[in-house]
Design a protein around this ligand. Structure first.
Ligand code: ARG
Length: 459
């Protein structure tokens, strides 16, 4: 019986069981983290006098050799050794002989795998924060070029009030800023160390988990060994954060798809980021934002998948927990790929300022300002609203926009109207009049850009 745990068994494992229970096909992604954790563990075993210095050195040298061989792709992982932990242990035994068998003193695969996952997610979380920043940079640089670009702002996808295009884009900057905050906050919990918990109950050896904690840069050791080996909250949290990031990516993508349509023509995506049709020669399709939108589904799926795995699991470790990995790897990969594309997609898009301006000139999105105009002259806003509503209806009947109606017409609705009303109706005036904190007036948008820049500089 060549299994590391084979002693108790009288029969070989059924081939189907071996294939079904193995995780090596995907958890080999944790190889580096696994070795990092083992190096710290064996260092601690030495420091606590559990292993002698010579053995510690042999094991550490062996682990480092294996690490190099993996990096050079010289190692073949085998299904018969089930997972990354036992594959590496087997490689170590082959490398340094029976002393390699001392590595697993005072630990279990249960605290080992949890530690690997914590290390992995810490690395990935940091790299995702960086990728989010790149997207924010791209948004900010487009915003800087478009403070004075006016386009219709929508509610219910109906023209509402004109806004600065920079203002519209910056809304996404702040979504991604909150996403970054969430990821940073999650590091607090990712930085709990499970190693030392053993299988579930702790260990009989005089270990010092604090040494491992320090070496691996964790903030604290799990205060409860059963929680340590069963906890996957930090992965759920990551998947939830990832889902929300995908929501933001997806909403922005949807806008890019709409804006680049023939009907809108507000932006044009760069040729190098679009694809064509196999039948319709004229087509230039926004496949990238469409796929970004579509990828959201699998990320949500991975979150629901893990929540479902965890629900109803008794303490402590259960093999079900092995199902935490593929969804997490898939989410990391999807998110990385999405963010890597989104930044240059935004950077290279061209903004059709004239078309946006034309759109604003051909709607009634300045109507609120006309109501404000009457209110300023003393009418209750509600009454002003009613009068302008009637004027809008009248204008639509006449096939005219608000700036095309003569003053006599206005005065027939209210004597408060005067020549200065036409200035109010200009889209730039409408945008510029919204000067409160966080509003779309150019000076406020410039302030916002400064604030956003500060956020990025602080990183
Ligand atoms: N491959 C396993 C996992 O991913 C490692 C832990 C196995 N522990 C055990 N007692 N079978 O969860």
């Amino acid at each position: 019986m060549n299994k590391l745990w084979g002693g108790r068994f009288q029969k070989e494992t059924n081939q189907l069981v071996e294939e079904f229970t193995a995780s090596i096909t995907f958890d080999q992604q944790l190889a580096m983290e696994d070795i990092e954790g083992s190096l710290a563990h064996v260092e601690m075993l030495g420091a606590c006098g559990i292993l002698d210095t010579e053995d510690v050195q042999k094991i550490q040298t062996g682990l480092k050799t294996i690490k190099q061989r993996i990096e050079r792709h010289e190692v073949e992982f085998l299904i018969e050794h089930e997972d990354i932990h036992m594959n590496i242990e087997k490689l170590l035994l082959d490398e340094i002989g029976t002393v390699g068998g001392k590595l697993h003193t005072a630990r279990s695969r249960n605290d080992q795998v949890a530690t690997d996952m914590h290390l992995y997610l810490r690395n990935q979380t940091k790299s995702l924060i960086h990728l989010l920043e790149n997207v924010q940079e791209a948004i900010l640089s487009q915003a800087k070029k478009n403070v004075g670009t006016v386009l219709p702002g929508y509610t219910h996808l109906q023209r509402a009030q004109p806004v600065s295009f920079a203002h519209h884009l910056l809304a996404y900057f702040w979504m991604f800023e909150r996403d970054k905050e969430r990821l940073k906050d999650s590091l607090k919990r990712i930085n709990w160390l499970p190693l030392g918990a053993g299988a579930l109950a702790g260990t009989t050896y005089p270990t010092n988990p604090d040494l491992v904690r320090e070496q691996l840069g964790f903030e604290r050791v799990y205060p409860n060994s059963m929680d340590a080996v069963s906890d996957r909250d930090f992965i759920v949290e990551f998947l939830a954060n990832a889902s929300l990031i995908m929501v933001h990516i997806s909403r922005l993508s949807e806008e890019l798809v709409i804006w680049s349509s023939q009907e809108f023509q507000f932006i044009e995506l760069d040729d190098s980021f679009c694809t064509g049709s196999s039948i319709m020669p004229q087509k230039k399709n926004p496949d990238v934002p469409e796929l970004l939108r579509g990828k959201t589904g699998r990320v949500f799926g991975n979150l629901i998948g893990l929540l479902t795995v965890l629900k109803g699991l008794p303490l402590a470790y259960n093999k079900d927990l092995q199902e935490d990995k593929e969804g997490m790897f898939d989410t990391v990969k999807t998110l990385q790929g999405s963010l890597r594309l989104l930044a240059p997609l935004l950077d290279t898009m061209s903004v059709n300022k004239e078309q946006m301006r034309r759109a604003v000139a051909q709607d009634y999105s300045n109507a609120t300002d006309l109501a404000d105009y009457l209110a300023e002259k003393g009418l209750a806003f509600r009454e002003a609203h009613a009068i302008i509503g009637k004027i809008v209806y009248y204008a639509i009947q006449k096939g005219k926009f608000l700036n095309e109606l003569p003053l006599e017409d206005y005065r027939s609705f209210s004597p408060l109207f005067a020549e200065d009303l036409y200035r109010i109706l200009e889209p730039e005036h409408v945008v510029g009049a919204r000067k409160n904190y966080g509003a779309t007036a150019p000076e406020r948008v410039l302030e916002q850009i400064q604030l956003a820049q500060q956020c990025l500089n602080q990183q």
